[in-house]
Design a binder for this molecule. Sequence first.
Ligand SMILES: Nc1ncnc2c1ncn2[C@@H]1O[C@H](COP(=O)(O)OP(=O)(O)OP(=O)(O)O)[C@@H](O)[C@H]1O
Ligand SMILES: [Mg+2]
Length: 257
Amino acid sequence: MTDEAPPKLEWRGVKKRFQGRVVLDGLDLAVPRGRSLVIIGGSGQGKSVTIKIAIGLLRPDAGEVRVDGRDVTRLRGAERRDLSREFGMLFQSAALFDSLTVWENVAFRLLNADRVPRAEARARALEALSRVGLGPNVAQQSPGELSGGMQKRVGLARAVVSQPEIIFFDEPTTGLDPITADVINDLIVEQVRRLGCTAVSITHDMASARKIADEIAMLHEGRIVWRGAAADIDRSGNPYVEQFINGRADGPIKGAV
Ligand SMILES: Nc1ncnc2c1ncn2[C@@H]1O[C@H](COP(=O)(O)OP(=O)(O)OP(=O)(O)O)[C@@H](O)[C@H]1O
Ligand SMILES: [Mg+2]
């Protein structure tokens, strides 16, 4: 990347409050093209809101979101749908529809927004499933029949099926045992590399953050309080980061009950 190229994705001065409570307080964060950024931070600090604002599920009260240097905050209709094609998302809860089969879940956007013919959509879903280690027999099942780890794989297949330029992972390993979590981390790294996409992930899980991040940013009280290379996280010299990664009750972060 040259110095002049705009970041692939950028939040500029983003503010968001709910019922008078400030969640994001002028968030500034940029992700260069092809890099993997992990956002860490305590529960309720606005990590999921940050991603939802980027993909247009929520609107900021102030500030803007830029993709390739273009302000996309106020896009609607066809322009918003076109932009959505650039995004892939793995939701915090796998958010799969139990009324649909696994492959229909993976192909949901292809079938509904992109109007891809059913046979082609199915073929693409099966290919995405095979990339995350799931065979055609699983494709016919209902998501409710699968283990948590398999559901995450399905969510991952759905996130990559349309070959997005920017991919978001919200808590991809929460609720999984450490070995399954590591398999998911490996799959994330492999898919992001294969697609050459820009990745933004959220996690509480520092093993996951270390594995999937090029850079780590810590969100606290609506702003980024530290950002640096993943390799530097253990010598951040930042009291918020140190308290968070060591899981200490004592420090500048006041625990919620
Ligand atoms: N649609 C909404 N309406 C009202 N309040 C909301 C909404 N979405 C989020 N919030 C509030 O905003 C705050 C931040 O929520 P968010 O889900 O972003 O937290 P988080 O950092 O992702 O936490 P966790 O680690 O628990 O997932 C919370 O207090 C939450 O209750
Ligand atoms: Mg969240």
